[in-house]
Design a protein around this ligand. Structure first.
Ligand code: MSP
Length: 509
């Protein structure tokens, strides 16, 4: 059986430059994609850019470009960052591509023909200078919440999607599929929101032009969220059932931030229901990063720019930090001191030292040739069992998208490794020729446990893992068959490892 796995990130707006918030979702998706590939899945990993809508139109106007010129320029920054962060996406969709526009027109027409999209009138409070409609509840002191100027009641012709019709069906789906929306706290919020009653949704605009025209009525452009959400299927070649759409849909998990959960767990599923398509298997909303305790914002000039972080600390340190520091699903804080602390203590000390000490001893005591182990004693068996438990735990945690817990499980074994060296005291064994076999066993266990550690670290830190596996004499790509004890052959050539992560002086942080 060919097992498939499809994971997506949100498509990013091109009116902003990439920051750690964007990098976070993409990194998480990358780790999942890499882990599933390691496990033998046929993986489709999608990311891309959201290029239509009024915000992009306005940003382009401000920078003296056409919206497409702006998009072409900014999308390169995203793509360059993904390359720098070792993001292994399968496809990058831009909503200005023909394949996307055709798919969006198709699904819109289908729902229109079915009668679940209809032409109506939209009546709300309009702020003329901002060209924006506001609902009554959004107004502040009956004025525009953006510019504080007076608003007027205006009517605009609009297409509406009959979202109300799907309320009960959506609730039933959420009830029947407890894992559909995660984490649980967020699922409850969505359930309450739906129970308050779903209103029909305006899915077209006439107040600006930068978008996909409504089929048959070019005065309207399709609402940017209807356009954007559909990327998850247009990238697969929808409506063509052959090829990727037939192979990968429904998606295994949409990874998103908590601010866009409603779009993904209410709007998107009801659009799909109306189009008669299967729903995503899971929508997972992660938390938000603050920076040194403050909300990240352009005006506070505290936006953390991932490029410079990577230049300063290296890609794997950043990948590790973002996924280790905060449990996925909760909000977290980014601080330089926390980052430096993690690099020094987890990476340079615990991880790096273990590899360093072990490979140095194999070189010193066995000329760099991995010896054949003798019978495993209790302490060795316990160490081996810990490594085997780690393999199972990491699998379970990644199934739950608990990246931080997966890394914790790996680090428990790393700490156990450092303790194992202290307890077996190889330098004492080395003094007595009669204990040569015992020394060989200890060396073998150290190398083999670390081979498993680096197999599991591959999805998180591919470069570091490759380097470490190279010191350990492992030449192939890590795969599922290798996730068991005893694959590292005696006789393998081991080299003394250079430090994987240099320590960072706090003052240099
Ligand atoms: N274009 C829409 C998504 C359409 S998906 C069909 C969009 N784009 S965005 O560029 O504004 O945001 C993309 C993602 O970045 C969201 O998942 C959002 O949660 C995430 N983040 C933006 N700032 C963030 C933090 N400060 N912290 C964590 N993630 C954050 O929304």
């Amino acid at each position: 059986m060919n097992r498939t796995f499809y994971v997506s990130t949100p498509i990013y707006y091109v009116n902003d430059v990439p920051h750690i918030g964007h990098a976070y979702t993409t990194l998480a998706a990358d780790v999942l994609a890499r882990y599933k590939r390691l496990k033998g899945f046929d993986v489709f990993f999608l990311t891309g850019s959201d290029e239509h809508g009024q915000k992009v139109e306005k940003a382009a106007l401000a920078s003296g470009e056409t919206p497409l010129e702006l998009a072409d320029r900014v999308v390169k920054r995203f793509q360059a960052l993904w390359e720098k962060l070792d993001i292994s996406y399968s496809d990058f969709i831009r909503t200005t591509q023909e394949r996307h526009k055709e798919g969006v027109s198709h699904i819109f027409s289908q729902i229109l023909e079915k009668g679940d999209i209809f032409l109506g009138e939209y009546e709300d409070w309009y702020c003329t200078p901002c060209e924006t409609f506001w609902t009554e509840t959004q107004l502040i002191d009956n004025k525009c919440p953006d510019c504080n100027r007076p608003v007027e009641k205006l009517k605009e012709e609009s297409y509406f999607f009959r979202m109300s019709k799907y309320q009960e069906q959506l609730l039933a789906h959420i009830e029947a599929n407890p894992d559909f929306i995660q984490p649980k706290s967020k699922r409850n919020e969505i359930i309450s929101f739906i129970k308050e009653g779903l209103r029909d949704l305006s899915v077209s605009r006439t107040s600006f032009n930068w978008g996909i025209p409504v089929p048959g009525n070019e005065r309207h452009v399709i609402y940017v969220w209807f356009d954007a959400l559909t990327n998850y299927i247009t990238a697969l070649g929808y409506p063509d059932e052959q090829g990727n759409f037939g192979t990968y849909w429904p998606v295994d998990v949409h990874l998103i931030g908590k601010d866009i959960l409603r779009f993904h767990s209410v709007y998107w599923p009801t659009f799909l229901m109306a189009a008669g398509l299967p729903l995503p298997k899971k929508v997972f909303a992660h938390g938000w990063w603050t920076v040194e305790g403050q909300k990240m914002s352009k005006s506070l000039q505290n936006v953390v720019e991932p490029n410079s972080l990577v230049d300063r600390y290296g890609v794997d340190a950043i990948r590790y930090f973002l996924l280790r520091e905060v449990p996925f699903g909760l909000d977290g804080d980014f601080s330089h001191s926390a980052l430096v602390h993690r690099i020094n203590s987890d990476l340079a000390n615990d991880l790096g030292n273990l590899l360093n000490r072990s490979t140095a001893m194999i070189v010193k005591y066995f000329d760099g040739v991995l010896p054949t182990p003798g019978p495993l004693q209790e302490i060795d068996l316990a160490f081996r069992a810990k490594a085997e438990t780690m393999v199972a735990q990491v699998d379970g945690h990644l199934e739950d998208l608990a990246f931080s817990k997966a890394l914790q499980s790996i680090w428990e074994v790393i700490s156990a490794g450092n303790k194992y060296i202290d307890e077996t005291a190889p330098w004492t064994l080395a003094k007595d020729p009669a204990l040569q076999e015992r020394l060989a066993t200890v060396m073998y266990c150290l190398a083999e446990v670390q081979r498993l550690v680096y197999f599991l670290l591959t999805p998180f830190m591919a470069r570091t893992a490759r380097k470490a596996l190279c010191y350990l004499g492992w030449e192939g790509e890590p795969d599922e068959a290798g996730l068991v004890w005893g694959k590292l052959a005696a006789g393998t050539k081991i080299a003394k490892a250079e430090p994987l992560f240099p320590r960072i002086e706090e003052k240099d942080a």
